[in-house]
Design a protein around this ligand. Structure first.
Ligand code: SF4
Length: 386
C-alpha cells in the first residue's frame, strides 16, 4: 500500500497503435507516419514544462506510460520524456516507472535501451497464449511473439514485469483459460492483470455480437473462469490484491495503488485524465488541437475539459468505491482521519444489509468486499452511491 497519500502519479498517454484491435475502446489512432511520434514527444515536453510551472511540489511516486502503444516510441524519445519530467517535477528517488508494451517488434536490444532510459517496470499486453483467440481479438502478435518478448524483457534487465490477459473471449473453454494462465505462470512474471472481455457496441467485435456472429460466454462461465484464476494464482504464490490484479508479495503496481487509494494524479498527453483538487478533467483527444495547445499555451493554469467537479461528499464516496476494489479494503479509522467521515455511522444500514448478505466483511478495522462479491463488485459498489 502507499504510505504517503500526498504522493502523486503521472500518467502519460501515447495515443498511437499499429492498428486498432477489434475490442478496443481506448483512445488510440492507427499510426500513419512515425513523424507523429516525434511531433507528439515534442508536444509532451512542452506540456510537461507548462504544467510544472504551476505545480505545488508534492512528490511524484510513479510514472506510467500507457496507451495506445507506448512501445512505438524510440528509446531516445522515452529518455527525453523521462529526463524532462525529472528536470521539472519532484520525482521520488525510488520511483516506479512503468511502460505498456505490445509483444511485437520489441527485441532485447530495444528493451535494454528502454530500461537504460529509466523504465523499471514493463507491462506486456499478452492477452492470450492462444493464436485463435489473438486473431479473434484482432491482435497483431502471436503466442510465439509473446514468449519471445518475455524472454527478451528478462534478458534486457527487467525484473518487474506484468502480463495482461483477457478472459471471457467468445469460444474460450475452461481448458483454454487454464492453458493461458498456466503459460503465464510458467513465465514467472511479478504481476498479472486479468480482464474480463467487455465489449462496447460500437467496436468491431461488439457489432459482431449484436449481429449474432459472435456469442459471448454466459455470466456463469465467466464467473467460473474468474474463480479458477483466483485459486490457481493463489496456489502459485500470487497475492490477489485488487479485483483484477495479482502480484508476488511486494510487487503490487504502485501506480494503480495510487488510483485505488484515491490519490491525485496528473495526466499528460492527448486524452489523458487528471485528478487534482477534487476536479477530474481530460486533455483534448484531438491531436492537432492538443499539439496546438502545447505550442500556444501561455502558461499558468492548464485545464482541459472538466469531467467531474466533486463536492466533499462526492470526494469521499469516490474514495470508498476505489478503496473497496482492493482486497485489503478500507481502514475505517484512517478514512475518518482523512475525510472526517465515520463509515460505520454513515452507512450503518447498508453495511448491516451487505454483511447479512455476505457481500462485505469488517475485520480488524478494515471494511472490504467478501471474496464471493469480487466478481459482482460493480453491483455491490453501486449500493454505496445509490
Ligand atoms: S493495442 Fe491496446 S490500445 Fe492499441 S488498439 Fe489494441 S487494445 Fe487498443
Amino acid at each position: 500500500m502507499i504510505n504517503d497519500l500526498n504522493s502523486r502519479g503521472i500518467y502519460i498517454h501515447i495515443p498511437f497503435c499499429r492498428a486498432k484491435c477489434g475490442y478496443c475502446d481506448f483512445y488510440s489512432v492507427p499510426l500513419a507516419d512515425t513523424d507523429w511520434l516525434e511531433k507528439y514527444t515534442r508536444g509532451l515536453a512542452v506540456e510537461i514544462e507548462q504544467r510544472a510551472s504551476f505545480y505545488d511540489g508534492k512528490p511524484i511516486r510513479t510514472i506510467y506510460l500507457g496507451g495506445g502503444t507506448p512501445s512505438l516510441l524510440t528509446p531516445t524519445q522515452i529518455e527525453k520524456l523521462l529526463t524532462k519530467l525529472d528536470q521539472f517535477f519532484p520525482l521520488d528517488s525510488d520511483i516506479e516507472v512503468t511502460m505498456e508494451a505490445n509483444p511485437i517488434n520489441i527485441g532485447q536490444h530495444y528493451l535494454h535501451d528502454c530500461h537504460q532510459a529509466g523504465i523499471n517496470r514493463l507491462s506486456l499486453g499478452i492477452q492470450s497464449f492462444n493464436d485463435r483467440e489473438l486473431r479473434l481479438l484482432g491482435r497483431l502478435h502471436s503466442a510465439g511473439d509473446s514468449e519471445e518478448a518475455i524472454l527478451a524483457a528478462r534478458a534486457a534487465g527487467f525484473s518487474n514485469i506484468n502480463l495482461d490477459l483477457i478472459y471471457g473471449i467468445p469460444g474460450q473453454t475452461t481448458e483454454d483459460w487454464i492453458f493461458n494462465l498456466s503459460r503465464a505462470v510458467q513465465a514467472d512474471p511479478q504481476h498479472l492483470s486479468l480482464y474480463l472481455l467487455q465489449l462496447e457496441p460500437h467496436t468491431p467485435m461488439g457489432r459482431r455480437v449484436d449481429q449474432d456472429q459472435l456469442t459471448m460466454l454466459e455470466d456463469e462461465q465467466e464467473y467460473q473462469l474468474y474463480q479458477i484464476s483466483r485459486e490457481l494464482l493463489a496456489e502459485k504464490g500470487y497475492h490477489h490484491y485488487e479485483i483484477s490484479n495479482f502480484a508476488r508479495p511486494g510487487r503490487e503496481c504502485q501506480h494503480n495503488l495510487l488510483y485505488w487509494q484515491s490519490c491525485e494524479y496528473l495526466g499528460l498527453g492527448a486524452g489523458a485524465v487528471s485528478f487534482m483538487n477534487r476536479v477530474r478533467y481530460r486533455n483534448t483527444v484531438d491531436l492537432d488541437r492538443y499539439l496546438g495547445a502545447c505550442a500556444d499555451y501561455p502558461g499558468g493554469f492548464w485545464q482541459g475539459e472538466i469531467l467531474e467537479e466533486m463536492d466533499e461528499r462526492q470526494r469521499w464516496v469516490d474514495a470508498v468505491l476505489l478503496g473497496l476494489r482492493t482486497t485489503q479494503g478500507i481502514n475505517m479509522a484512517d478514512f475518518q482521519r482523512r475525510f472526517g467521515v465515520d463509515l460505520s455511522q454513515e452507512y450503518a444500514e447498508l453495511l448491516n444489509e451487505l454483511l447479512a448478505g455476505g457481500f462485505i466483511n469488517i475485520k480488524d478495522g478494515y471494511l472490504h468486499l467478501a471474496p464471493s462479491a469480487y466478481f459482482i463488485s460493480n453491483q455491490v459498489l453501486y449500493r454505496f452511491i445509490a
